[in-house]
Design a protein. Structure first.
Length: 394
């Protein structure tokens, strides 16, 4: 576990494309961030470090399809594997590869047998001097899930979502003053769906400014995405598809993050994130005039994480609150129906108990609540899971 611990010491938090996946990203300048004695220890280690982990658990989920009515529950088995390869820093460069795959098999469901997701990442890093770090990464992912997309309570429609995607792009981090850094990233993304309806290409640019202290890190950033669909058409102001058009979506988002370790032993830590997102499409407005697109909305979100660790125990709690205000879509009928709104709340609990160098037991509980003035968009989900994890490192 020594090399893994040293790697995590040099790791910055890294968001990935799919919920539930967390791919580690090594610092491109470990010699500047690790104490001299750890640098010497790294130099004496083999060139490559590898690790693997497998986990299996059993649980119950009470609303598999996120349905507003007639929720379907089932027992399930969930198993996952993780592989990690790191070429330790030699000179100015290092390299890492990461693979994570997970499948959930439902035992008593009527409309769904299983769900699956997978994520892979390759990243090459280069240190240009003492203040600039450059990384070039490629990612691939696969998602297979089922949702209830019924538009009435009488006719039930279940849709299976299967998507494959890949991203590629560079990231540059400049430490322009002690404790201060500026990071810029560009990404090209391609997504393919099994039915082809939502196939798209996306370009993304992001910029983040941060300050890192001994036990505190604060950062603020923004990003803009432009997604061009291959086949999906625009919608009119009144919600009607427009033939011979292609839908283009622009997303602009910003967030503030604050993380702190509260004690010198590192037992207590918290992470807070506040974010906002504007989703705009290129659909024409009312009577053919340019105006807000049918899918336009604004999202505001707050996420709070708390983590405690002591001896063999780790307890992590996360809470989420989100509000979505639609600018064009309305609910109900009449001369002036209200605009559609949606509130989402969620909570997660994970408790781990280390049993040996290779084994640990864990318990997970998740709760999600969606509320809307559109009854068909409201639902509640509870999920519990008990499992074991085995890990190996060389």
């Amino acid at each position: 576990m020594l090399l893994r611990s040293l790697f995590l010491t040099a790791v910055a938090a890294h968001s990935v494309l799919l919920p539930g996946f967390a791919a580690p990203t090594a610092s491109a300048e470990p010699d500047q961030e690790l104490p001299p004695e750890l640098v010497a220890l790294l130099a004496a280690q083999p060139t490559w470090s590898t690790s693997a982990a497998m986990q299996v658990g059993a649980g119950y989920k009470d609303n598999l399809l996120l349905s507003a009515a007639g929720a379907e529950g089932s027992e399930f088995l969930r198993y996952a594997m993780e592989l990690f390869l790191w070429r330790l820093p030699r000179g100015r460069t290092d390299f890492s590869a990461f693979l994570n795959a997970e499948q959930t098999r439902y035992l008593s469901a009527r409309t769904i047998d299983d769900e699956a997701q997978a994520f892979a990442q390759l990243e090459w890093r280069y240190r240009a001097g003492k203040t600039v770090k450059i990384a070039i990464g490629a990612q691939g992912y696969y998602l297979d899930q089922v949702f209830d997309v019924s538009d009435t309570e009488i006719r039930r429609i279940v849709a299976e979502l299967k998507v494959r995607g890949a991203t590629f792009g560079p990231k540059v981090r400049w430490s322009f003053r002690p404790n201060w850094w500026l990071e810029a990233q560009a990404i090209a993304k391609r997504e393919k769906y099994e039915d082809g309806e939502n196939d798209s290409r996306l370009g993304q640019g992001a910029l983040r400014l941060g300050w890192t202290g001994r036990r505190v890190e604060i950062s603020a950033g923004g990003e803009q995405n432009r997604r061009r669909f291959d086949r999906r058409v625009q919608y009119s102001f009144g919600g009607r598809p427009i033939d011979d058009t292609l839908l283009i979506v622009r997303e602009r988002s910003g967030d503030v993050r604050f993380s702190v370790t509260w004690d010198t032993a590192g037992n207590w830590s918290t992470a807070t994130r506040l974010s906002t997102l504007d989703y705009d499409d290129n659909g024409p407005g009312e009577f053919g005039d340019e105006g807000p697109g049918f899918f336009n909305y604004r999202e505001r979100k707050a996420v709070q994480e708390v983590k405690w660790s002591a001896g063999p125990w780790i307890v992590a709690v996360e809470g989420l609150a989100k509000r979505i205000d639609f600018r064009v879509q309305t609910v109900g009928f009449g001369i002036s129906p209200p605009a559609r709104i949606k509130d989402e709340y969620g909570a997660k609990l994970r408790v781990e108990r280390k049993l040996s160098d290779r084994w640990l037991a864990y318990f997970e509980y998740g709760w999600e609540r969606s509320r809307s003035n559109d009854p068909l968009a409201s639902y509640r989900v509870n999920e519990g899971l008990l499992g074991a994890r085995w890990s190996w490192e060389k």
